[in-house]
Design a protein around this ligand. Sequence first.
Ligand code: ADP
Length: 212
Amino acid sequence: MVIIIQLNKRQEQILQIVKENGPITGEHIADRLNLTRATLRPDLAILTMAGFLDARPRVGYFYTGRSGTQLLTDSLNHLYVRDHQSIPVVVDEGISVYDAIVMMFLEDVGTMFVVDKHALLVGVLSRKDLLRASIGKQELNSIPVNIIMTRMPNITMCSKEDLLIDVAKKLIDKQIDSLPVVKDTEKGYEVIGRITKTNITKAFVALADEGY
Ligand code: ADP
């Protein structure tokens, strides 16, 4: 796992020296900065661990040519849906809008996934879908959710092997809050998880925290 760090002034100086003079030994870097080798050791360890520098025994330090942005991209390319997904809240397509509203409060989620009697994905229910259905004089107890849900094939989905960054792009692109994580079976899609904006925000914060 690549670590994202905020470089301090001395680390920036070391990076500059290695960029211009590498390969260069720790001893020589220390000389240029008028510091001891021991003082520099933690900085060199951080720069090497974070992937900015490469160290070769008896040769010295090389600049890897990877910028902070590239390192961030590397890190994002290691975040997979399977490690960040939550448990999905699934309802039967026959339940009423009223019951779905109650369920949404009880489960404390913003989106629920609707399945048929074979437990295969048929729809998505968001807060606004339920609010929209509640406006007017409809009898909420007698309207099934499959009348008001967003239905297949218009559902944006992902698999647990997808990258979180690709899910984030889909959420932005489609202006939605969450995606069902599905398993593709011969009969249809089984819902095995959910990814929301919250999951992605948490992963992003965890990534930043790892650097400190
Ligand atoms: P909210 O309605 O609470 O703002 P969203 O922005 O997620 O929540 O939903 C907006 C609309 O998009 C709703 O009609 C919802 O049914 C639909 N929707 C939500 N998630 C998906 C999805 N993964 N695929 C297709 N449509 C979706």
